[in-house]
Design a protein around this ligand. Structure first.
Ligand SMILES: [Zn+2]
Length: 76
């Protein structure tokens, strides 16, 4: 299942949720139990998360890169 990012307006925090693609646009419930959290679509969050070792989402954006390694890629 894909991982989606949601934003809760009540506690003003972002959280991630594994959901089926068909439910990705529905509002979610945050870890604190608030309903109505909205889905966040952000490229920058994926890039930020790469610092924690999650690189798959970043690598997918390098589809046109021939080096196969963002460390040596001039675009990244
Ligand atoms: Zn909340």
């Amino acid at each position: 299942m894909p991982l989606y990012e949601y934003y809760c307006r009540v506690c003003e925090s972002r959280f991630e949720l594994l959901r089926s693609m068909s439910r990705s646009d529905e509002s979610a419930t945050c870890p604190s139990g608030h309903e109505g959290a909205e889905r966040v679509i952000s490229v920058f969050s994926a890039l930020t998360r790469s610092a924690d070792g999650e690189v798959s989402s970043v690598a997918s954006s390098c589809g046109s890169c021939t080096t196969g390694d963002c460390g040596s890629c001039g675009i990244a």
